[in-house]
Design a protein around this ligand. Sequence first.
Ligand code: NAP
Length: 252
Amino acid sequence: MIEIFSLQGKKAFVSGASRGLGREMALTLAEAGADVALGARNIAGLNETAAQIKKMGREGLVCPMDIAKLDEIERAVDEAVKAFGRIDILINNSGIAGDTPVAEMTPEKWDRVMDVNLKGHVFCTQAVGRHMIANRYGKIINIASIIGMIAAVYNSPYAVAKAGLILFTKTLALEWVRYNIQVNALCPGYFLTDLNRDFFQTPAGQKVISKIPMRRLAEVKEIRGATLLLASDASSFMTGSVVVVDGGHTIG
Ligand SMILES: NC(=O)c1ccc[n+]([C@@H]2O[C@H](COP(=O)([O-])OP(=O)(O)OC[C@H]3O[C@@H](n4cnc5c(N)ncnc54)[C@H](OP(=O)(O)O)[C@@H]3O)[C@@H](O)[C@H]2O)c1
């Protein structure tokens, strides 16, 4: 591996690491040399990710948490810092879909998507960030979405949360540049995961695929390159950037 992509000796925390893109990104960091703390609710899923990391000879630390509960975030981050001594890389990835037309929206549904997809990441960043500030080093990757850059019907809370996460990324990049902390957003297009598997079997889902210039969904492994870029020294002059991995979806 080219040295600038190495994560040898680094310590990472990934939320939503029990399956899907979060698991794939945690495995990517581990393969590049990092020990990884794994946050989410499903302990069996986290254990599976940890087992795969341990097979690579790295530490995979299970830190159960519901990102909508601020005390659980604090506890999970404390466990990770106690075990690892510090956190160098944070990937804010937990997310849920928000598919409800505005006319049928309830305050509860709106708040749930905001709590998991936006507010939780703000406070997880704060909890990890105080250690990064003390160490004067950090790489934060916020997993937003192309549905945060372009609209999608029936997805208003999701789109608003993701757009918020993109602007949170830029704001925080400015606030924490003085501490040598880089903050970037990664916007996936459509990757086939549990989040959208059912949708892409419908005619509406097939229609979406037909409009992607590359005419296909991404495989989860296709998130690896951008993850490693933003987590490693390869992105040493990037902060407040929005990296899009979407098969050309947003270009027209
Ligand atoms: N797949 C795509 O096409 C796509 C496109 C753009 C953006 N994204 C974004 O990428 C991220 C990962 O999506 P995915 O496709 O991998 O979805 P996924 O397979 O459904 O995984 C979602 C992850 O988020 C975690 N999560 C959900 N609610 C949580 C909560 N309350 N507390 C803590 N963790 C929670 C889940 O863990 P538990 O259920 O165990 O808690 C799971 O690990 C999301 O932010 C999503 O918006 C995905």
